[in-house]
Design a protein around this ligand. Structure first.
Ligand SMILES: CC(C)(COP(=O)(O)OP(=O)(O)OC[C@H]1O[C@@H](n2cnc3c(N)ncnc32)[C@H](O)[C@@H]1OP(=O)(O)O)[C@@H](O)C(=O)NCCC(=O)NCCS
Length: 170
C-alpha cells in the first residue's frame, strides 16, 4: 500500500536511507531556486526527520521517486498535512532533479499522488508555488487543479491551487 508507481517511475516512502540523495538535491541551486534556496546537510537531516515523523503519524507523506528503468533518483514528491492560515489542508508537493524536467514527469507524479489521495478519501488537495514559477503552475493546471488565490508563504507571494469539487455521484 505504501509503494507507488507510474508509467515511468517507482516510488518508496521517504526514509533515513535517502539522506545522501536529498542532500544532493538540497545543494543544487537550480532545483532550490524556487524552494526557498539551498539547504545545509543539517537542515536536510531535520527535513528528513520531520518527513519520516509525518509518515508515522499519518501513514502517508513524501515519497522518493526513481527512474523505473535505471533506479536513478529523480526527486521527491508526496502529499502532506499542513496548516494554511488556521485551516488544515492536504498539500501536494513535488521537486525533481533538473535533468528530469520538461518530460511530463512532475505531471505523471502528481496524477499518481492525486489518485492515491483520492483512494484514501482525501479529495480536497491544495498545491502552491511562487507566483513566478510558471512550470509548477502549469503542472497544477495540467492536473486539473484550479487557481484559488494568492497567499504569502515565508513572506513570498505564492499562487494557491485546489482540486475541483468532485461531481455529485462521481
Ligand atoms: C516545477 C517542476 C516540478 C516541473 O517539473 P516537470 O517534470 O518539468 O513538469 P512537467 O514536464 O510535467 O510540466 C511542466 C510544464 O511547464 C511548462 N514550462 C516549463 N518551464 C516553463 C517556463 N519557464 N515558462 C512556461 N512554461 C514552462 C512545460 O512546457 C510543461 O507544460 P506543457 O506540458 O504544457 O508543455 C520542476 O521544474 C521542479 O522540480 N522545479 C524545482 C522545484 C519546484 O519548483 N517545485 C514546485 C514547487 S511547488
Amino acid at each position: 500500500m505504501t509503494a507507488l508507481r507510474s508509467d515511468r517511475l517507482v516510488a518508496e516512502p521517504i526514509d533515513i536511507g535517502h539522506l545522501r540523495e536529498l542532500c544532493r538535491m538540497h545543494r543544487d541551486e537550480t532545483v532550490m531556486a524556487t524552494l526557498g534556496g539551498l539547504r545545509s546537510d543539517d537542515e536536510t537531516a531535520q527535513f528528513l526527520a520531520s518527513s519520516i515523523a509525518h509518515w508515522r503519524s499519518h501513514d502517508f507523506g513524501l515519497w522518493v521517486w526513481r527512474d523505473k528503468a535505471t533506479g536513478a533518483f529523480v526527486g521527491r514528491a508526496g502529499i502532506r498535512r499542513i496548516t494554511l492560515g488556521d485551516r488544515p489542508e492536504i498539500e501536494l508537493a513535488y521537486a525533481l532533479m533538473s535533468e528530469y524536467w520538461s518530460r511530463g514527469l512532475a505531471t505523471e507524479i502528481g496524477q499518481a499522488l492525486l489518485d492515491r489521495a483520492r483512494s484514501m478519501g482525501l479529495n480536497d488537495v491544495v498545491a502552491f508555488t511562487l507566483t513566478t514559477n510558471t512550470a509548477s503552475r502549469r503542472v497544477m493546471e495540467k492536473l486539473g487543479m484550479r487557481y484559488e488565490r494568492d497567499i504569502s508563504h515565508f513572506e513570498l507571494p505564492h499562487a494557491l491551487y485546489r482540486t475541483p469539487p468532485s461531481e455529485p455521484g462521481g
